[in-house]
Ligand binder design. Structure first.
Ligand SMILES: [Zn+2]
Length: 109
């Protein structure tokens, strides 16, 4: 396992590093041992490695990069959901309204 060296550009915005699925575990984050699954050491158990170099990020940086990736994925999911919710107020009402307190449906009534 080889960690990417910490950049000298600290103090700037966090760079978005392109991550690709780990070739060792095929993005599954685990590899099958003899009796059970083990965290993949090639990618720090994340399932992702740096594109091109195939290096693994140190854990603190990995968390941030995975967060960026998750945020982008969530945005895509939101955009994909949107068209089906545009058919009328009735459907918006029934839709995935999870912004109410405690995750309950908040209808504004
Ligand atoms: Zn892996």
């Amino acid at each position: 396992m080889q960690n990417v060296k910490k950049g000298t550009d600290r103090g700037f915005d966090q760079a978005r590093i392109d991550l690709v699925k780990c070739p060792t575990c095929k993005g599954r984050a685990v590899v099958r041992g003899v009796f059970f699954e083990l965290a993949c050491t090639a990618c720090n158990g994340s399932g992702w490695v740096v594109e091109g170099s195939k290096l693994v990020l140190p854990l603190d940086e990995l968390v941030t990069q995975l967060s960026f990736k998750l945020q982008a994925a969530e945005q895509q999911i939101t955009q994909m959901k949107r068209p089906s919710e545009m058919h009328g107020p009735e459907q918006q009402y029934q839709g995935t309204n999870r912004r109410g307190a405690g995750g309950s449906n908040f209808t504004g009534d």
